[in-house]
Design a binder for this molecule. Sequence first.
Ligand code: CIR
Length: 267
Amino acid sequence: MSYQRRYALVRPLPQSFSAALQQQPVPLDVKLAHDQHERYTAVLRQLVGQLIVVPADERYPDSCFIEDTAILVESVAVIARIGADSRRGESSAVSSVLQKLQQIEPALRLHRLTEPATLDGGDVLQMAGKIFVGLSKRTNAEAITQLKELFPDRVVALPVAAGLHLKSVLSALDDDTLLVADDPAARSMAKHILQALPKAQALYLPDAVAANVVRIDNTVLIQDGFPQSESILLQAAAARKLQVEKLNMSELIKADGALTCCSLLLE
Ligand code: CIR
């Protein structure tokens, strides 16, 4: 079998996850979170050519949310400067792993966002060749300036009006279909994206967290436990002949994580 998605990076959940950042503090069940993350990892392993596991690091309770550490655009990796102070060190292990990967993938190029830029990968949506970047509590205008230098004509900035990150309330099912939480703030964010992509349409979902899916080749990973959104997603997947994998990430959701946040995908 040949895969289009050749690599995925994941980072195991540390025991210190109980101290993960939360917008609304509620107790976290670390064992359950661990099991949910393991299942996510197992599903991903089936879908990509090679799953790369970045070593866990107890110093960083949020480090399983590896998406925030870098942006991968075709063969370019941009190492992020994460917005939250407690998380900033998470990027260096990911950067080392990508540097090692360059030995077998010489086309892979690495760039680094530099101070005063801050950016979380969760604020970056790639869709139909564009790179949408949310200005949020974590991602600032300087990061957008630096990204525009790296990817001229591709970067579109928009304000994050709801949720922690841009992708907390939306994601791409494919190049023409934007999944969006059905609330006014998410709709206003989606408007910016749809203006830049005239061919794209929005599909609104009643559960914000369900609007974050991972698409890998002909499979889409969706959240388990949101039946109304699920039936809309199942219909959309069937219309596109996509396989669906349902994953229950309830404990990671309590720490504001969704599906995209637990991996980095490299073509
Ligand atoms: C944080 O606040 O940074 C983490 N607790 C959650 C990060 C989730 N990341 C993502 O959705 N890309």
